[in-house]
Design a protein around this ligand. Structure first.
Ligand SMILES: *Cc1c(COP(=O)(O)O)cnc(C)c1O
Length: 390
C-alpha cells in the first residue's frame, strides 16, 4: 500500500474507527484500553456525552467568527479560564507550540519596554519540551531535536534541572527576561522539578524581575491533583509560587485543537493591538468543548480522584517485573524499564483479546497519561496487560 503520510511518526499498525470512554475500536472491531489519552488530550475519554452535546449544539449555531468580533462561547471560555488559573487575561492559539511562541513574545516585549534592548534571553531546562516550531525548538532543552533545521532562534539557554548554582549564575538580570519551566517534564519521561530548585527559581526571578513562565501544556489541567501542576510548589516562605505567564494546550478543549497563553499582573498589558494574532484562536467549537472540560475538571473531587487512581497505578507498577524507576504524580506516570519501550508498546497493542495503548519517552521509558474518566476496573485490566507484556 502507498503511504500518503510523510514519515514523521513511527506509526503503530492499527487504524481506529471509533471510541467509547477509555476504549478505542479498530477496523477489525478489536478493543483497546487507552492509557495515553492521545498524549494527554482526551482528558474525558472518548464520546463523553456532555462534550459531544456542547460541540454539536455549537456546531448548529456557527463554527467560527473571526477575532475582529467575539462569540458568546469564546467570551465565557476566556473568563472562566482566567479565573480558574488566577490570571488577568488570555490569548487563544491552536496548539502548544503557538502558545509558547506567544509567551516568548510577551516576555521579550515586557523586558524591552521596561529595560530596553539586550535583555531578551529566555532560560529553559534540559530535558524540556516546548514545541516544534523553530523558536520553540530553540526553547526545547533536548539535543536530539536540535539538528538539521538551523539556524534557530537566538536567545535561549538550557540549564540542568535541579542545579541551583547554575540557575543563580545563568539568571543574569542584564540579559535574561524569563525562565520557562514545565513543573513536571512530560516528553522526557515524567520528571517532576525539585522543590528547593523551584523555590529558589521563584526567589531569584522575583528579585531580578525575570518572568516565570510555566508550560502547563502536558502537566496542567488537573492531571496531577491540582488544576495547574506548578501550584503544588511553594516559594521560600511557604507561599504558592506566582506565575507571570502560563501556557496551556493538549487537553484544553478535550480533543479539539486549542492553546492559550495566560498573563498575570506584570504581563497582562504587554500585548496591544496588532502585536499578535491567530485566525482560529479561541474558535467557538473549541471554546464549547473547553467549557465542558473546565466545568468537569475544576472540581476538588475529580482532582482527588486523579491522585487516588494515580496511586493505584503507581503502587502496582512498582511491583512489576523489569520496572526500574517510577516517577510522577496523579495520572501522569513515567517508569524506566529493563528492555526496549517500543517493544513493550507494540506487544501491549497487539495483546490478544484487548490491546493496551501506552506512550514511550525514549528507548527505555514508558509514559502513562490515562483519561480522568478511567474506572478502577479499567485500571486493573490495563495493569494486567502491562504486567503480562513486561
Ligand atoms: C506537547 C507539548 C508542547 C507542544 O504542543 P503542540 O500542541 O504539539 O504544539 C509544548 N510543551 C509541552 C510541555 C508539551 O507537552
Amino acid at each position: 500500500m502507498i503511504n500518503y503520510f510523510m514519515d514523521t511518526y513511527q506509526r503503530l499498525p492499527v487504524t481506529f474507527t471509533k471510541g467509547e470512554g477509555s476504549w478505542l475500536f479498530d477496523t477489525n472491531g478489536k478493543k483497546y484500553l487507552d492509557f495515553g489519552s492521545g498524549i494527554a488530550v482526551n482528558l474525558l475519554g472518548h464520546n463523553y456525552p456532555p462534550l459531544v452535546n456542547a460541540v454539536s449544539e455549537q456546531a448548529k449555531k456557527f463554527f467560527h467568527v473571526c477575532n475582529y468580533y467575539q462569540s458568546d462561547t469564546s467570551l465565557s471560555f476566556a473568563q472562566k479560564l482566567a479565573q480558574i488559573c488566577k490570571m488577568k487575561n488570555v490569548f487563544f492559539a491552536n496548539s502548544g507550540a503557538e502558545a509558547n511562541e506567544g509567551a516568548v513574545k510577551i516576555a521579550r516585549k515586557y523586558s524591552l519596554l521596561k529595560y530596553g534592548t539586550g535583555r531578551h534571553t529566555i532560560v529553559t531546562l534540559k530535558g524540556s519540551f516546548h514545541g516544534r516550531t523553530i523558536t520553540t525548538l530553540s526553547a526545547t532543552g533536548q539535543e536530539k531535536f536540535h539538528k538539521d533545521f538551523g539556524p534557530f532562534t537566538d536567545g535561549f539557554l538550557h540549564i540542568p534541572c535541579g542545579d541551583i548554582d547554575t540557575l543563580e549564575k545563568t539568571l543574569d538580570e542584564k540579559k535574561v527576561c524569563a525562565l520557562l519551566i514545565e513543573a513536571i517534564q512530560g516528553e522526557s519521561g515524567i520528571v517532576p522539578q525539585n522543590e528547593k530548585f523551584m523555590a529558589e527559581a521563584s526567589r531569584l526571578c522575583k528579585q531580578r524581575d525575570i518572568l516565570m513562565i510555566f508550560d502547563e501544556i502536558q502537566c496542567g489541567l488537573g492531571r496531577t491533583g491540582s488544576f495547574l501542576a506548578y501550584e503544588q510548589y511553594k516559594d521560600e516562605d511557604g507561599n504558592p509560587i506566582k506565575a507571570d505567564i502560563i501556557t496551556l494546550a493538549k487537553g484544553l478543549a478535550a480533543g479539539i485543537p486549542c492553546g492559550a497563553v495566560l498573563a498575570g499582573e506584570k504581563t497582562s498589558d504587554v500585548f496591544v493591538t496588532g502585536d499578535h494574532g491567530s485566525t482560529f484562536g479561541g474558535n467557538p467549537i473549541a471554546a464549547a468543548a473547553a467549557l465542558v472540560m473546565l466545568d468537569t475538571v475544576n472540581n476538588p473531587k475529580l482532582l482527588e480522584e486523579n491522585v487516588r487512581k494515580g496511586n493505584l497505578l503507581m503502587n502496582a507498577i512498582k511491583t512489576f517485573p523489569k520496572v526500574k524507576e517510577t516517577r510522577g504524580r496523579g495520572l501522569m506516570i513515567g517508569f524506566d524499564i529493563e528492555g526496549n519501550s517500543r517493544e513493550v508498546l507494540e506487544k501491549s497493542l497487539l495483546n490478544d483479546s484487548h490491546g493496551l495503548l501506552l506512550l514511550s519517552s525514549g528507548p527505555n521509558t514508558i509514559r502513562l497519561l490515562p483519561p480522568y474518566t478511567i474506572t478502577d476496573s479499567e485500571i486493573e485490566q490495563g495493569l494486567a496487560i502491562l504486567k503480562l507484556t513486561l
